[in-house]
Each structure stands twice: as C-alpha cells, then as structure tokens.
Design a protein around this ligand. Structure first.
Ligand SMILES: N[C@@H](CCC(=O)N[C@@H](CS)C(=O)NCC(=O)O)C(=O)O
Length: 205
C-alpha cells in the first residue's frame, strides 16, 4: 500500500477537516495526519504548498493528491471497499449521496450564523428565518434516515457512512449553540459524539 497522508486544518476551526478525518478512520488503515494551524500569518503559504485549491483537507496517496472532503470520501470508498463508506443498497446509497451533496453545497445560512467552534458553548441564539429553516431541514433529514434505519444500527444508514461524516460538524454546531432537538435526533447525536474517532478530535484540540 502506498503511503497515505492527510493534511488537515486546526481541529477547533476546520469543520471540513473533521469530515475527512472521520472518513479516513473508518478505513482502519495506517496514515499520517499533518495538521496546519489556520488563521496564522503563514497558513495560506503552508496550505498552498500541498493543496491545489488552497484549502484543506487534502489526501495524498503515493503521489496522487485528492482535495475536497467529498472527493476524499469517494476515493476512500473506492480504495477501501470493505470499509463500506457508502450504504450497500443502491437506493440507500443514492440517498446518502444526495444528502451528503446537499450538505456539501448548501446550508450557507446555518454555516454563517452558527459558526463551527468546538470549544465554545452559547445559549440558543435568535436566528434568521432562513437559518431556522435550514436547521429544520437538517433535523428532517436525520429523522427520516433514523426512522428508516433504526433497526440496522445507530447511524443515518445503520452503520457509519460518509453521510454521517458530512453532517458531523453540524452536530457539533448544534451542541455549541444549544439547538433544541427531538429525542430521536438527540440519540443520533449521542451516537456520533461517542465514536472514539470523534472523541479523539474533540478532546485533543
Ligand atoms: N469544499 C471544501 C471546503 C474546504 C475549506 O473551506 N477548507 C477551509 C478550512 S475548513 C480552508 O482550507 N481554508 C483556508 C484557510 O483558512 O486559509 C471541502 O469540502 O473540503
């Protein structure tokens, strides 16, 4: 196996890096993690040295670079089929890809008004209607998936998939901002937060 290196941003600041980290740990393969501190005078230069897009995460496999969290997930799913990073069944897989893409491309208001910050805790703030609408949409996605896959495991499609990784930083945002959530969603959040790889990320900032 060629050497795998993942380039990541600071744990407290880089929500996209958390996604790639969770996906990579599912493969149970050896890799090197290189963390680049964000918001430092030399951050842009350090990232530019490795990343064609000027952003992290970036995966390096041998001499191949893969950047962007979702592209990294797709690559890992191909190279490590036994990790079952996408659901096995075609329709579930299509749904997992749909919600992962929806997360990847959307929820701008939620991202802007509930910024990712692992360490902070705030009371639930007054939010714009659009942000509230996006929160409701996330809750609806999680509820629908959990109701459908309740008997197969604790995650959106039963076992952990790329879709769970894509939503993991939304979970930490909901915790940071004390977002009120229905019971079934609270259970899902507890399952994600209990993952050892999530603990490794959150408890060692
Ligand atoms: N669409 C990209 C977004 C990556 C991104 O925005 N990364 C941020 C950190 S979370 C970054 O590298 N920012 C550059 C900087 O802070 O200088 C992905 O899915 O990986």
């Amino acid at each position: 196996m060629e050497k795998l290196t993942i380039y990541l941003g600071s744990k407290n600041k880089s929500s996209w890096s958390l996604r790639a980290w969770l996906m990579l740990l599912q493969t149970a393969t050896d890799f090197e993690a290189v963390f680049i501190q964000l918001d430092q005078p030399d951050t842009k230069e350090k990232i530019a040295n490795i990343s064609p897009s000027g952003k992290v995460p970036v995966l390096k496999h041998g001499d191949q670079l893969i950047w962007d969290s979702l592209a990294i997930g797709e690559y890992l799913a191909e190279v490590f089929p036994n990790a079952l990073l996408w659901p096995k069944e075609a329709k579930s897989r299509a749904l997992a890809r749909s919600i992962s893409a929806e997360m990847h491309a959307g929820f701008q208001s939620l991202r802007k008004h509930l910024p990712y910050n692992l360490e902070a805790r705030f009371p639930y703030p007054d939010l714009l209607e659009e942000t509230e609408r996006e929160i409701s949409r996330v809750i609806q996605i999680w509820q629908d998936c959990r109701l459908k896959h309740y008997s197969n495991g604790e995650f959106l499609f039963g076992s952990f998939t790329i879709a769970d990784a894509m939503f993991a930083p939304v979970i930490t945002r909901f915790i940071t901002y004390n977002v009120p959530l229905p019971e079934i969603v609270q259970q899902y959040i507890a399952s994600i937060m209990a993952l050892p790889e999530m603990q490794m990320w959150c408890n060692d900032i």
